[in-house]
Design a binder for this molecule. Structure first.
Ligand SMILES: Cc1cc2nc3c(=O)[nH]c(=O)nc-3n(C[C@H](O)[C@H](O)[C@H](O)COP(=O)(O)OP(=O)(O)OC[C@H]3O[C@@H](n4cnc5c(N)ncnc54)[C@H](O)[C@@H]3O)c2cc1C
Length: 413
């Protein structure tokens, strides 16, 4: 829903459906512009697919690839040049916002998400993301693999300049042929490894990995299903984006640049109980709201004081579009970027283990010279969001890392 009250119901996985939706909202010309833009991202996807899913990534990107991706062109510029309607521009720009960045600072190729969503759709996991972990654990146990959780690693063991195992917080040591970490690269390199072994230069470079977390989450337990103005209930099973206009997006991002949180934050809400009613007692719902541009470091105050204020602010912002929602809230939990660091071990509270800026992407992820999943020492590998091609629940960095690790182990045996 846009600030002017108009509503776009953009179907995923459906080119014709998208064209119809844009025609209904903004006319044929805008519909054609949108279709042409998204079609163009098809070529971008072919390039990104190869560089992201068919390793090894080369130490230098071929000039042809760089020229095609045009990383110097921002998403804002692409939106301005190729779309004449502000609502269409806002929809494109939200692909920057959902990664916690601003369209002015985000390369235009990030709009490739529009192509992926139009071609493949979007998916969620019944039972929530935890169900995916459970499925993986079950599969592992069928293969006689032990999975231990709640076991904090405090050190990587090293012998003759090779990673040989891990030491846990309880003092026990697990020896292994390969140490594979999904802990973010900054934390891995600066806290788990002996600085003498990795040397001052790599350690210094690791401290400079940018991790400016800016995502907070507000979970709400609701006594009923809220009703959003202008949106029929089936629409609520998708992602509810509160970003009424481009000015709104810019103001919300601007506040975060100066260490504050906008009174009108950019929100993405989902109601998981609409696709999986088992998550809450019958008739009640849970709502999960991601608030972007909530900086890890607040300039004037701290998250201890601001946590509940953010919760209030989010509920108030939702109330504007779903009158009566605040009276339905029976419980609330606010997770700030500081909590993401202290509870989940994410440096700077950055959900992607490092900003996916141009200088921390492709061959620069996590650091130039370490993009092929080997990290700092023989026998140590990086397999999570901090590795190429970055964050999100895609499995891509893990699959790429696994290929490299298996290759190394075969060569050694
Ligand atoms: C609010 C929010 C909403 C999101 N929404 C989406 C979405 O809709 N779609 C999507 O694709 N992605 C989403 N993401 C991003 C997604 O969750 C991450 O990209 C993904 O979890 C990354 O997986 P990972 O395995 O690389 O790292 P993580 O999931 O960060 O896992 C790293 C693990 O290492 C553990 N750890 C850290 N230090 C230690 C230590 N010393 N010893 C042992 N363990 C340690 C951490 O506790 C953590 O469990 C969202 C993230 C957040 C925070």
């Amino acid at each position: 829903m846009f600030g002017d009250g108009s509503v776009l119901d953009l179907p995923l996985g459906d080119r014709g459906g998208q064209q119809d939706a844009w025609t209904d909202l903004a006319g044929e010309q805008v519909a054609k512009q949108w279709a042409a833009l998204v079609d163009g991202y098809g070529e971008t996807w072919q390039i990104l697919r190869k560089t992201s899913l068919e390793p090894p990534i080369q130490d230098r990107l071929p000039l042809k690839t760089v020229r095609s991706l045009k990383p110097w062109q921002s998403l804002e510029k692409v939106a301005e040049r190729q779309l004449s309607d502000d609502r269409a521009r806002a929809v494109l720009r939200h692909f920057a916002a959902q990664g916690g960045s601003d369209a002015k600072l985000t390369p235009g190729y990030v709009g490739v998400w529009s192509y992926l969503e139009r071609t493949f759709g979007r998916w969620t996991i019944e039972g929530g993301f935890g169900a995916l972990s459970d499925a993986l654990v079950q599969r592992a146990s069928e293969r006689k693999i032990n999975v231990r959780t709640g076991a904090e690693v405090v050190q990587v063991s090293i012998e003759r300049h090779r990673a040989t195992g891990v030491v846990l917080a309880d003092g026990s040591e697990i020896p292994t042929r390969a140490v594979v970490t999904a802990i973010d690269p900054k934390r891995t390199l600066t806290t788990l490894l002996d600085p003498v072994e990795i040397g001052p230069h790599l350690r210094w470079r690791a401290t400079n990995i940018r991790t400016p977390g800016s995502v907070a989450k507000v979970d709400l337990a609701l006594s009923g299903l809220p009703s959003f103005d202008g949106a029929d209930p089936e629409r609520l099973a998708g992602r509810i984006v509160i970003a009424p206009s481009i000015d709104h997006l810019e103001r919300a991002f601007d506040a975060s640049k100066y260490g504050g949180v906008s009174d009108d934050p950019y929100l993405e809400a989902t109601i998981p109980t609409l696709s999986d009613p088992t998550l809450a007692p019958e008739g009640t719902h849970v709502m999960s709201v991601v608030a972007q541009w909530t900086p890890f470091e607040l300039r004037e105050t701290g998250w201890g004081a601001e946590r509940e204020r953010l919760g209030d602010l989010v509920v108030k912002a939702l109330e504007r579009y779903a009158p009566g929602l605040s009276n339905m809230v029976t419980a609330r939990r606010v997770t700030t970027p500081v909590d993401l660091e202290s509870e989940y071990g994410l440096s700077g509270g950055h959900v992607y283990h490092g900003e996916p800026g141009l200088d921390q992407f492709f061959v620069w992820r996590p650091l130039l010279g370490h993009a092929r999943y080997r990290l700092g020492l023989p026998g140590l590998y990086l397999c999570g969001s901090g590795a190429h091609p970055g964050g999100g629940v895609t499995g891509a960095p893990g699959a790429n890392a696994a290929r490299e690790i298996l290759g190394d182990l075969r060569r050694r045996s």
